[in-house]
Design a protein around this ligand. Structure first.
Ligand SMILES: [Zn+2]
Length: 227
């Protein structure tokens, strides 16, 4: 069993339910990352890719980037390639999704709801997350303070986040993240759960708790030290 401090920042989690849920979420996905075995050069490239999304909303052109390092980042599922371009680098997606985040004046598509909610804590800046209810499609917006942890405001006022536990085959973007959804209220999450063919296994988070989960996952991505 790996020490969770190698890939999660548990210092931002003050809720027991979130602390208990995190080890059950993203298990294999997380273990592949192994920050401590990533070379400094590859980690620096990973940072540059994330900074490109943050500054322009898009990934860098991979021409001129080191192919071995790109392959290493893919093998760890830190980035996902689509032919010769970067399709996603968690928490960011190149193509639009249901979820996005506005941070430092730039709008970036997010791979999933937890990714969008954890971006502010990763960067250390105020953010505004936009998503859509998985039941009715209504727009949901959440403003998070520059600590990345304080929810300032949300519309509607009590959205829920479903963090599903799924067996990951392939990359997180096509399995795990599709089970991370936002709902405009508890009733719409209940409707979705009741309609599901097999009873989904996962966690029903408030926005505050989903922000903590996202912060724990994504703060290590741009952290100065790997711990
Ligand atoms: Zn709804």
């Amino acid at each position: 069993v790996l020490n969770t401090t190698e890939y999660l920042d548990m210092s931002v989690v003050n809720d027991r339910a979130v602390a208990a849920a995190l080890p059950q979420l993203l298990t294999e996905w997380r273990m592949k990352k192994r920050w401590n075995t990533l070379s400094d050069e590859t980690r620096s490239l990973h940072r540059d890719i994330l900074q490109s999304y943050l500054q322009t909303g898009a990934p860098p052109n991979i021409e001129g980037l080191n192919a071995d390092m790109i392959q290493d980042l893919c093998a760890r599922d830190l980035i996902v390639m689509n032919d010769a371009s970067i399709a996603s680098a968690y928490p960011f997606s190149t193509a639009p999704t249901l979820h996005s985040v506005e941070i430092n004046g730039v709008q970036v598509a997010s791979v999933c709801a937890i990714d969008a909610l954890g971006t502010g804590a990763m960067v250390g800046a105020a953010s505004k997350v936009t998503s859509h209810c998985a039941t009715c499609g209504m727009g949901i917006s959440v403003e998070i303070a520059n600590d990345g942890l304080t929810v300032l405001h949300s519309i509607p006022n009590a959205p829920r986040v479903w963090a599903g536990i799924v067996a990951i085959s392939g990359c997180a973007a096509t399995t795990q993240c599709q089970s991370m959804l936002m709902f405009c209220n508890q009733g719409h999450l209940d409707e979705w759960l009741n309609r599901a063919k097999d009873k989904p296994d996962g966690f029903n988070f408030s926005i505050l708790h989903a922000v903590q989960a996202g912060a724990a996952i994504f703060r290590p991505f741009l952290a100065k030290t790997t711990g």
